[in-house]
Design a protein around this ligand. Structure first.
Ligand code: DHK
Length: 147
């Protein structure tokens, strides 16, 4: 089974301390744990970086050996053509994920470049959105793999 790649962008390493009124008190390590629990037997690759080029490289890894991508590009969601272009190369399902409902926030957060490439978008469920995304991804992959 090829893994589900869960990729996280800038500042998400500060989850738990960063604007908890928006992002909650759950740490990124706790998010990773809930993702792995939700994935069950499905292998998970889980990364976070504050660097655009690193996220692009990890998307290339998924292109070469990934079943699905769940990505929270964080602030790069609205600016990164390189990440958008890399996602365009991925043939499997892509779930764009945001902890907050970006559409209820400041205008700078309203226009995602990634939504035009994503299979689905989850925004506003808080850190639990990661669990929802993994569960949805597993269902989709298991359905696709049935004869
Ligand atoms: C996280 C960020 O860091 C922001 O830049 C995004 C996203 C929202 C989130 O809700 O997970 O705009």
């Amino acid at each position: 089974m090829k893994p589900i790649h869960i990729l996280n962008g800038p500042n998400l390493n500060r989850l738990g301390k960063r604007e908890p009124e928006i992002y909650g008190h759950t740490t990124l390590a706790e998010v990773e744990t809930l993702c792995r629990q939700a994935a069950g037997a499905w292998p998970v690759v889980f990364h976070q970086s504050n660097a655009e080029h690193q996220l692009v490289d990890w998307i290339h890894d998924a292109i070469d050996d990934g079943a699905g991508i769940i990505i929270n590009p964080a602030g790069l969601t609205f600016t990164s053509v390189p990440i958008m272009d890399a996602l365009k190369m991925f043939s499997g399902p892509i779930i764009e994920l945001h902890i907050s409902n970006i559409h209820r926030r400041e205008a700078v957060y309203h226009n995602s470049l990634m939504s035009k490439v994503a299979t689905a978008v989850i925004a506003g469920l808080g850190p639990d959105g990661y669990r929802t995304a993994v569960e949805a991804m597993v269902r989709r992959l298991e359905t696709a793999s049935r004869p």
